[in-house]
Design a protein around this ligand. Structure first.
Ligand SMILES: [Zn+2]
Length: 600
């Protein structure tokens, strides 16, 4: 049982240690299976019957599962203590094996894409392939956007010195930036990671210094970054042309199997509710006692947690009982993470920051990594990561590897739901107005960060790409567009300085992974809509929800959500989530009024 600070996850369930000889033998077995797979199937797909194609898919899943387990083990061993040289070496070598070996399966997808249309339609209709129908459909969606094989190979090669090199330049330049910040212990030279951490400092002058020094440092390189971004935009426009994808977001939409109408409805609904953000920051300014709330105050803390740190065992019981109150099935599954040591809960020497859930395919129980310190944020993080764990476990009950994972915008369906349920339970028990303010503000700031901010990023990105079609965009224009979008979100509730125009450079996604930001807003609003349904329908909802999770990624997002009675193509759908945001704001306003009455 997880109790003491010395408790770790039990990776021995996978391999005894980093020098376990089974690692080598498993890896060799995988290599052999992949070699045999290629020998049997390369160039042969067009001649396979439905039953033979199913055998082929299963023959691909076997070694892929083993690779998930191997690479996952190495990754977790490395995260247990990054100082251990043997773990680092194993991590590096197994991850490179993992990446290289998985690319050996690429020919399979390629050949599927080029299969004759009538033949492919026959395969899709075959009962033998029913479990893999959606997988096949998704591969096939790319057919009209795929170039002849030699050209695809050429693109892969040219991307290494093209797109990838440009984004690498941005990553290396931002990682090496150093600037002077007046921190809590006086002036200090810092990098971005450290300055970022000071945005939540309780000292206003520290927040201001960190915020401004960081932006100024980015701004000094603004013209270089502007060239990087302009080049990447142009590269993307060329790719769209080559692949005959008319929509700027088209490649992401294919990846996520969503239509542009759905995204537009999400963006429009969120933008219509930007005044809720302004209402929140008006309340926050009041709580902080500021008449001039500034951009460096956006993440200012609202006082300390009154009860002090919550012991881990208390948090554990709280989270389990919360999940149990949703459905005893969740309660039971959650308990296993603790009783069977599938969680590494505490910060220890050599362990990186952050919290994740490692889903290693359906053949391995997921593991949770976190750095529990006893704050409210840590408790909700535990609920969040367990939610991911439950999602993996539920999908693994019925699905094989290729059908387990949902598209990215649905990956947070259980984690955010668990977190929301946790907040709700805590809020229902809390009568102290100051504590209620903490709970509500923390939830609202999370919602604003994942909904409004991400929609603002997406809007700015779309505007930039659209404008890039007319030619190079001067960096000043990118900055002006950024300030315009900031003002759309915050109105005049927040004061922005000249330096805030460089804010677009603080989001690496614009450079390294375009058009993904909307998926955070999608995930959060979807969960709020689901949660709203749960509040209305109770038990009937739970059964439907569990059935949806068991489907994993075996059907399209539309089908998955239609089973819940949700129509994401209906613009009104996105309105439902804002009912919850408004409700939180009403409760916050009431708590603020209660506090001010007692202090008046
Ligand atoms: Zn998550």
């Amino acid at each position: 049982m997880v109790t003491g600070q010395d408790t770790r996850w039990d990776l021995g369930k996978l391999y005894a240690s980093t020098d376990d000889p089974r690692i080598r033998t498993d890896l060799e077995a995988v290599r052999g299976q992949i070699k045999a797979f290629k020998q049997t199937y390369e160039g042969q797909l067009a001649s396979l019957s439905a039953a033979a194609l199913r055998d082929a898919i299963e023959a691909m899943e076997g070694p892929s599962n083993a690779l998930e387990r191997l690479a996952g083990y190495a990754w977790m061993e490395f995260y247990t203590d990054t100082r251990v040289e043997a773990s680092r070496a194993l991590y590096q070598s197994l991850w490179s094996d993992y990446t290289l070996l998985l690319t050996e399966f690429e020919f399979f997808k390629q050949e599927l894409k080029y299969l004759d249309h009538a033949h492919f339609a026959g395969l899709l209709a075959a009962p033998e392939l029913a479990p893999y129908r959606y997988y096949l459909e998704r591969v096939r969606m790319w057919t009209p956007h795929t170039l002849p094989l030699e050209q695809e190979a050429l693109l892969v090669r040219k991307n290494i010195t093209g797109e990838r090199a440009w984004s690498q330049l941005y990553t290396e330049m931002t990682a090496s930036l150093k600037f002077l910040v007046h921190g809590p212990d006086g002036p200090k030279e810092m990098g971005i990671a450290e300055a970022r951490g000071l945005r939540t400092s309780s000292d206003r002058a520290v927040r201001k210094s960190a915020h401004e020094a960081w932006l100024a440092a980015l701004g000094r390189e603004g013209h270089v970054f502007g060239t990087v971004f302009n080049t990447l935009m142009q590269d993307h426009l060329h790719t769209l042309e080559l692949r005959k994808v008319p929509d700027l977001m088209g490649l992401t939409l294919l990846e996520h199997d969503l239509s542009r109408e759905v995204i537009d409805a999400l963006l429009t609904a969120t933008e219509a509710h930007y005044p809720l953000v302004q209402r929140y920051y008006t309340l926050k300014a009041k709580l902080l006692g500021y008449t001039d709330l500034a951009s460096h105050d956006l993440m200012a803390p609202l006082g300390a947690q009154a009860g002090g740190a919550v012991p881990f065992d208390t948090a554990k019981d709280l989270v389990i009982s919360t999940l149990n109150s949703f459905t005893p099935r969740f309660g039971e599954l959650a308990k296993r993470f603790f009783s069977e040591q599938y969680i590494d809960p505490f910060p220890t020497a050599g362990k990186p920051m952050g919290a994740f859930c490692f889903g290693l395919g359906p053949s391995v129980h997921p593991f949770i990594f976190m750095n529990y310190g006893g704050s409210l944020h840590d408790i909700t993080t535990l609920a969040h990561e367990l939610g991911h764990g439950l999602h993996y476990v539920m999908a693994a009950q019925r699905q094989t590897l290729l059908n387990t994972y949902t598209v990215a915008p649905l990956l947070e369906t259980v984690s955010i739901f668990s977190e929301t349920h946790m907040y709700n339970i805590l809020l229902a028990r809390e009568t102290d107005a100051r504590e209620r303010i903490q709970l509500l503000a923390s939830q609202l700031e999370g919602a604003i960060a994942s909904i409004s901010r991400q929609v603002m990023y997406t809007r700015w990105e779309l505007r930039a790409y659209d404008r890039r079609k007319q030619g190079i965009i001067p960096v000043e224009e990118l900055c002006t567009m950024w300030l315009e979008e900031l003002r759309n979100v915050y109105g005049d509730t927040v004061r922005f300085s000249e330096l805030d125009q460089w804010g677009w450079l603080t989001n690496p996604f614009f450079i390294t992974q375009r058009f993904v930001c909307y998926s955070y807003a999608f995930g959060q609003l979807l969960v709020y809509a689901l949660y709203q349904q749960y509040r209305e329908d109770g038990r009937a909802f739970v059964e439907k929800y569990l059935a949806m999770l068991e489907l994993g990624g075996s059907v399209s997002p539309h089908t998955l959500l239609a089973g819940m009675g949700l129509d994401i193509a209906d613009p009104d759908f996105w309105e439902q989530g804002f009912v919850i945001v408004e409700d939180l704001l009403d409760k916050l306003a009431a708590a603020v009024a209660a506090v001010q009455k007692t202090t008046a």
